[in-house]
Design a protein around this ligand. Sequence first.
Ligand SMILES: [Fe+2]
Length: 264
Amino acid sequence: MTLIAQLSDPHITTGSLGVEAAHRAKDAILRIQAMSPRPDLIVLTGDVVDKGDTDEYVLARTVLELADLPLHALPGNHDHAPTLLQHLVDADHAQPAAQETSRCYYRIDYPELTLLCCDSSIPGRHDGKLGREQLRWLDTQLTNAQSSSVVVAMHHHPVPSGITAMDDIMLTDAEDLAEVLRRHNPVRRILVGHLHRVMTMTFAGTVVNSAPSTYRQVHLNLRPEEPGAFVEEPPGLLLHQLSAGQTVTHYVPVHHTGPPIGRI
Ligand SMILES: [Fe+2]
């Protein structure tokens, strides 16, 4: 069995909001550290920081060092991939793409898992795109995957969520991604962030899990005419449990909303 803890959208920043975002990211990591059994790895599905600044990545690295587990990060629309790489590569939290060294997509092999971390960020934009080069890379990795358990992680969602403000900035080459995925055995999961909410979607013969933010959540509003908003709901994370032929995803709130109560 492989246990993957998925953190997303910590939006670590500096200045007046800095302590809150970093504090909540730290709490999420401590929640993982307190799990028994401990997860095998952590995947951080983007928006590691809020503005893509060097100072933010310095602070992010300090916070991520609390994780006593392998942690694999990828960029979101609030990140700056080259700066993320500059600060997280030597901590083993990220890798530059072999073919496009300013982008951050890479493969990690575990005994029973092949993890493909993708980079859907586009400098200066909030929507996302993988691009031809990365899709070719993904196709090759899926052809050569050593494990039958393949998990793909990226920031932007490839399926409309129903929340218009977020769907306006979703993955724009989702059809090309679907075409690549359909050529291979189904991957176990596609793990995404960006939506700041827990959602489950079907896409190209597999399941997409969107993780909550460790910082702040997006308001569930399915009225297309209304603007998007954040809402004060508890920060959380996902725990994906992969065993032979079965994948289970647990939602884990980081904070309790009331006092602990007794046994069931
Ligand atoms: Fe975000």
